[in-house]
Design a protein around this ligand. Structure first.
Ligand code: NAP
Length: 245
């Protein structure tokens, strides 16, 4: 049986990714940071799946917590086949208003978090196994930039660079590394950071005329972890309803 670690699995897109892998028969480590009850509810809801779904609290920006989670996963399940780096935070403000503290926080969670978890998983499992798939959740703003989201866009563009460089480094180890860069997906992140009016303007700009669903992102992530996608590496695939081409 295969094992996946999903960071930020307690809400939104990460939650949908946890469901997709659990229903596909994987053992799942659902990483969360603050949403304990939500993580607990998901684990309870998925208790009858073929694989085992377990929650593990770790702040992805904290290397000790990340190492504890990865070591636990290897001890419990033997190896890690798939890593989905999904955890992320958003910051919407003028570039001239961003404090050093906010800049560091966004980069620490969104980019250093990917470094922390990926290096830990490679060192503790995937390199030895000479097998694995890593999927990093970037954003369309990592491709085209978002006004009033400079820190966020920089972190998500950093994920694109990390993905491409690491894909080259790991190709002969039979580990593929890809980025998924969603457009506007209907989650708390959208509701908490944008006004209803702003969301309506964005929706009108999307050629398909609607936001994406977390499930639409999750199914793509699941596909990228399969053997059918093994020849795909270093790519940035963007489910965005035609907003960015
Ligand atoms: P969300 O609903 O706000 O969920 C964010 C998730 O990230 C939560 O599970 C949260 O866990 C976790 N998280 C945040 N900080 C963390 C930390 N320090 N350590 C571990 N986990 C942490 O957001 P979402 O919309 O699902 O976004 C998921 C990913 O997709 C993010 O990387 C985001 O940038 C990206 N994305 C989203 C959209 C969109 O339109 N929604 C578009 C493009 C890209 P806790 O709640 O447990 O703290």
């Amino acid at each position: 049986m295969k094992t996946v670690i999903v960071t930020g699995g307690s809400k939104g897109i990460g939650r949908a990714i946890v469901y997709a892998f659990a229903k596909a028969g994987y053992n799942v480590i659902l990483n969360y940071n603050t949403s304990y009850q939500s993580a607990k509810d998901i684990v309870e809801d998925l208790k009858d799946c073929d694989g085992i779904v377990e929650m593990f609290k770790a702040d992805v920006s904290n290397r000790d917590e990340v190492d504890s989670m990865v070591e636990y996963a290897v001890k419990e399940f033997g190896k890690i086949d798939v890593l989905v780096n999904n955890a992320g935070i958003c910051d919407v403000e003028l570039f001239t208003d961003i404090t050093e503290e906010t800049w560091n926080k966004v980069l620490d969670v969104n980019l250093k978090g990917v470094f922390n978890v990926t290096q830990s998983v490679l060192r503790n499992s995937m390199i030895n196994e000479k097998n694995g798939s890593i999927i990093n959740i970037s954003s369309i703003y990592g491709i085209c930039g978002g006004s009033c989201e400079v820190a966020y866009s920089a972190s998500k563009a950093g994920i694109v660079g990390l993905t491409k460089a690491l894909a080259k480094e790991l190709a002969l180890s039979n580990i593929n590394v890809n980025a998924v860069a969603p457009g506007a997906i209907n989650t708390d992140m959208l509701k908490e950071n944008y006004s209803k009016e702003d969301l309506e303007v964005t929706r009108e700009e999307i050629p398909m005329g609607r936001f994406g669903t977390p499930d639409e992102v999750a199914e793509l992530v699941l596909f990228l972890s399969t053997d059918n996608a093994k020849y795909i590496t270093g790519q940035v695939i963007s489910p965005n309803g035609g907003l960015v081409m």
